[in-house]
Design a binder for this molecule. Structure first.
Ligand SMILES: Cc1ncc(COP(=O)(O)O)c(C=O)c1O
Length: 385
């Protein structure tokens, strides 16, 4: 359309691959959602609060009970006390939190540094605000952030740096050194805003801790962080999440949030507030997903596939470079049609740079038998590519 605000935007790769998976009746390890149900206790709680008449608009920043639970959890895990009135807003999933944060803070011509491959909702939001996307890519052998290169991209024109930890699609988890790098950047650029997407905070493997940005006292005054109850409690369709951050940033966030969604599903917020009181409900999740990662990668024995075990998130990348010289998008579609396993190619997660390896992303948030069946089919693919 003439005058389109996003002229080059097509259907997202997630919609394309999920649609293809349905058409081909393939095992869908593409889009990041579980194929198992939520805890029955949580659905009973949602029903309980609906039946009890909690069905009208919630307060704009979220119900007090849920913000209290979020603050309690944050203090317990990251040793920082959030003020429930100043630092927390409940959102319609992390996607809305990210979009609203970018809209509220990025002005025309502001530069925003994005680390690619990057989850697909950041860049369109920046463009809609007239912001300039400045890209820096991770190293696809190690999945490390190239901090030396990243620092060269930050100037006095840079309004925001977006980070994602644990990272989709690589599964990379920030180390203490990564947080220190961020701290040094903030010290050098005191007006820079760090927007940290932490939706997979409870999915971190091999005994590593998740390090949240507001847990660092030098970063927290410049930071916002987004979270997703959908990812944590296997309820992606509930589209509920939250954002936390420095008071002056959350004030700006609320100005847009109140006209964007105003408030979020009331009975679901009550259900989550009660469910969160039991810490085991989120603490056990890393172990569950670590077992799924192990099951999946141990079941794949194709000699030409290179797998670097994911260290967090819903995802496992597999490197197909030795097996195929097709582009990742072509390969992902071909595997869906021929071996009936759908995945996500990573090139759509880039802005202008393109990946130098053929990596496909497989979602681990599936029942064990689904993962085993997919692994069996992947082992057979030698004859197809
Ligand atoms: C890195 C990342 N951020 C944000 C989201 C969106 O979260 P939500 O479903 O809560 O909007 C996703 C979903 O896949 C994601 O992978």
């Amino acid at each position: 359309m003439t005058g389109s605000k996003l002229p080059n935007t097509k259907e997202s790769i997630f919609s394309t691959m999920s649609k293809l998976a349905r058409e081909e009746e393939a095992i869908n390890l593409s889009q990041g959602f579980p194929d198992f149900d939520i805890d029955n206790t949580l659905s009973e709680l949602a029903f309980k609060y609906m039946k009890a008449g909690n069905n009208q608009y919630a307060p704009m920043p979220g119900i007090v009970e849920l913000r209290e639970q979020i603050a309690l959890k944050y203090e317990k895990l990251y040793n920082y006390k959030l003020n429930i009135n100043e630092n927390i807003v409940v959102t319609s999933g992390a996607t809305q939190a990210l979009f609203t944060a970018i809209t509220a803070l990025v002005h025309k011509n502001d530069e925003v540094v994005v680390i690619t491959p990057a989850y697909d909702c950041y860049i369109p939001a920046i463009k809609l605000c007239g912001g300039k996307v400045i890209e820096t890519a991770i190293d696809l052998n190690t999945f490390n952030i190239n901090w030396a290169e990243l620092k060269t991209k930050i100037t006095s024109q840079t309004k925001m740096l977006i980070v994602n930890n644990p990272h989709n699609p690589s599964g990379y988890v920030f180390s203490q050194q990564d947080i220190l790098e961020l701290e040094n950047i903030v010290k050098a650029f005191p007006h820079l805003i760090i927007l940290s997407d932490e939706v997979y905070e409870h999915i971190v493997f091999d005994g590593k801790p998740h390090l949240s940005v507001l847990g660092n006292k030098h970063i927290r005054n410049n930071a916002l962080a987004t979270f997703s109850f959908g990812k944590t409690f296997h309820a992606t369709g509930w589209k509920t999440g939250y954002i936390i951050g420095a008071t002056h940033l959350i004030n700006e966030f609320k100005k847009v949030h109140q006209y964007n969604v105003f408030s979020v599903n009331t009975p679901i917020q009550y259900a989550l507030a009660e469910y969160m009181q039991k810490h085991a409900n989120y603490k056990a999740i890393s172990n569950m997903y670590e077992a799924k990662r192990n099951l999946f990668i141990n079941a794949i024995n194709h000699e030409k596939l290179n797998i670097k075990p994911s260290t967090g998130s819903y995802y496992q990348l597999i490197n197909f470079t030795k097996l195929s010289d097709k582009t990742d998008v072509v390969l992902a579609k071909e595997l869906t049609r021929k071996i009936k396993v759908a995945s996500i190619p990573i090139s759509p997660f880039y802005f202008t740079n393109k990946p130098d390896k053929t990596l496909l992303r497989f979602c681990l948030a599936k029942q064990d038998e689904t993962l085993l069946k997919a692994a069996e089919k992947i082992n057979m693919l030698g004859e197809y590519v």
